[in-house]
Design a protein around this ligand. Sequence first.
Ligand code: URA
Length: 230
Amino acid sequence: MERLDRILSEAGVASRRQLRDIIRAGRVTVNGAAVRDPGAKADPAADEIAVDGTVLARPGTVVVLLHKPAGYVTSTDDPRDPTVLALLPPEHRGLLPVGRLDKATEGLLLLTNDGALLHRLISPRHRVPKGYEAWHEGQAGPEDVAAFAAGMTLRNGEVCLPAELEPLGPGHSRVVLREGKYHQVRRMMAARGMPVKRLVRTFEGPVVLGDLAPGAWRRLTEEEIRRLGG
Ligand code: URA
């Protein structure tokens, strides 16, 4: 057990002095209950500690951001195709992919050793936004934007949550989803008569792909993990 203000300062939330005020203001919860005493103790490995509702990553949490190239499958083992884990060094090959990207889809893929974090990120309940750039046939117009915003029904009758479609140019659009159905962007675009030719995921929650090269990876910083946590 450690002092709450110490746990939070080591996680980089704020300075010890700022944390005393943050804790006294009731903004910190331990296992769901507000704790207003900066000297109160908690177990960072076992307790769920949150600041303003954002859950702190447990010590030892590793999150890797991989720029997945086309041609790799999001799976831990595959008889035919190379898996995304083959792009990581041996010490990271036990990490679990957070959701999946299709074999042909490129871009941001997170992998982690923290099952609770993984669940929060993929649960539709938390509605974590995921951004994609799509190169496609045709040209997205106002009616397509409205159809995405209204919550589209796919060709097989599945209903999607409201999503954002932003035309970026001829045959080029940005799509933001808050769920992850099978081949969802491709199916939504196809349902609007705009089959996707190339798809790149560019962000998930607060984490952006940035200028990481295809096939390259990096570990998220403590600060990035903290911002992902809620
Ligand atoms: N939507 C898709 O169609 N494919 C992906 O890989 C991700 C979202």
